[in-house]
Design a protein around this ligand. Sequence first.
Ligand code: 13P
Length: 346
Amino acid sequence: MSAQELVTTAKAMVADGKGLLAMDESTRTCNKRFEKVGIPQTEEARRSYREMILTTPGLGEFISGVILYDETIRQSRKDGTLFVKVITDAGIIPGIKVDTGEEDMAGHPGEKITEGLDGLRDRLAEYSQMGARFAKWRAEITIADGVPSRGCIEANAHALARYAALCQEAGLVPVVEPEVLMDGEHSMDRCLEVTTEVLRTVFSQLSTQRVALEGMILKPNMVLPGKDCPKQESVEEVADATVTCLLRSVPAAVPGIAFLSGGQPYELASARLNAMNVRFKSRLPWALAFSFARAIQQPALEIWKGRQAHAAAAQQALFHRARCNSAARLGEYGAEMENNVGSRAK
Ligand code: 13P
């Protein structure tokens, strides 16, 4: 893939009115979510769940790309059609999570470092050959007393940049995901400060590692008060703080920013993205899109519960969240949309 093709793919991933569906939960995370709603934690249940998601009628109207996990990219529909073909036939771009997860960081109690650089060049070549056109790597940053440390931020930013350079070499668009967690009692101001420092460090490392900014997507957290912070700012205040942070730290050459949802209530994730687009869209150099997992999938998972008989209703719930987030991309989402869950997927 040429540099121009990377740019074309990156732009298509954040095309107006569209965003990414993250369905790249590792086996461990997927099993944890299944356990909570009483679904057996088997490979067949995971395959069947992913088949339900990927065969949602009309999904390509709102979803530009899906992020798969290593197990999933090798799986097929019950009729034998590879998921990658199901995805491309729906007009959606297939992508893949390529980090191998977070480990405790040596010498840094309470902090994590993401692993997966060893052998990455070979794995990227295989995924590309299987049809993936973009890849994702997530770094996790915790806010607590004396944390995050400079060591943790720098090590994670360096790994993100080395992964991104390898992706572009392999012709895959890197989705660079430094996630500042919303767990904790910290204020929104503290999240603004930490997220700004993290993003500035990430872009400094991306530049050092010669990553072409035009051929990548940034996947950050929104700037939020900690989940347990007594003061919870309004939707508009969150939108303002998030855009302020991004303007201070993300170069204009980046085509798009696709937020993770991070455990926010799904309606709030849509409302906050919508407020950013309503208030700032015409003045921003990059598209503001979504790359949600829980904020698109959660209602569908709770309906599906592993039962084929629930598949159509679960798909309807998934389609609804995809449509709400598509509207938020356009600044056209409103709470009244939530009363129309019943309108069917085409
Ligand atoms: P959430 O939207 O559930 O935070 O997941 C996004 C993601 O891909 C995390 O890596």
